[in-house]
Design a protein around this ligand. Sequence first.
Ligand code: PBG
Length: 334
Amino acid sequence: MKTTSQFPHARPRRNRKADWARRLVRETELSVNDLILPLIVHDQGGGPQSIASMPNVLRHSLIGAIEQAKMAADIGIPMIAIFPHISEGKKDAVGSEALNPNGLIPNIIKQIKAKVPNIGVMCDVALDPYTNHGHDGVIDEVGYMLNDDTLNILVKQALLQAEAGADVIAPSDMCDGRIGAIRRELEANGHCNTQIMAYAAKYASAFYGPYRDAIGSKGALKGDKKTYQMDPQNTNEALIEVALDIDEGADMLLVKPGMPYLDILATIKREFGRPTFAFQVSGEYAMLEAAILNGWLDGTRVRMEALQCFKRAGADGIISYWAMEAAKELTRPK
Ligand code: PBG
């Protein structure tokens, strides 16, 4: 970029002199259409449950989740993403409950699709909410996650979700070949319009800590996820993952975590030009929300700025625990 003249000809502040002028030259803009609301749902009966490390985020009952989906649709949020908190008694080594056609997730998908027709429903494909060891798939005796054995289960989990009516399947497991395997299974069973949002660049991050609290997999997790999720110090590896996922049939890409990985998001958007989303994960939420609750940060401004930065970096949309708050702010009459 070449600048042609110097001060006083060039006074960049001229374009910032008033609100109307700033609006006129604004390069990117966050809208309610960019927001995806994550909903954590539990199978324990009764009302909503609080999550210690995620203040103001609740685990919802079935009825609560339907109400949330309705509110999200009414304010214009295009999609929700559902995550299950499964009772300990239903967990086992291979995550069998993930394949229960009458389980929590298929049930919630059906109810929301029936009662809230104008919102997209996205579902995670991974076994960590269902396994008693907290890993995303099947592990061997030394705790290594077995790729192809896991794939065999994930394709069934994805098909079950599609059959229940899920609009977008979001594999978050980082197994090799999963997008292709799931795409083939969906096509073979007539679900040619079910989209896949691939967690293409998913890092082995400590920022997921509060989420594991939220879905109840924290205490159980043995070891870490570094043999399947990526090293936070790598960029080229993310590009390889994205290229493979596109080849295998991904419709949309997801980068995760969000704010510490904006460089990865920007690079992927620039290199591939595909619909690319960011997941502002639980740890990002927890650290900012804690500071907001302490009065150290201005909540409204910080939430909006954090989300706007994703747009500037090139995101087409953002999964955010603040989606409702942001949607209210964005639709508030000025
Ligand atoms: C499961 C999954 C995780 C998240 C979304 N899906 C956790 C993990 O991979 O350990 C994290 C979401 C968040 O931190 O908000 N595979």
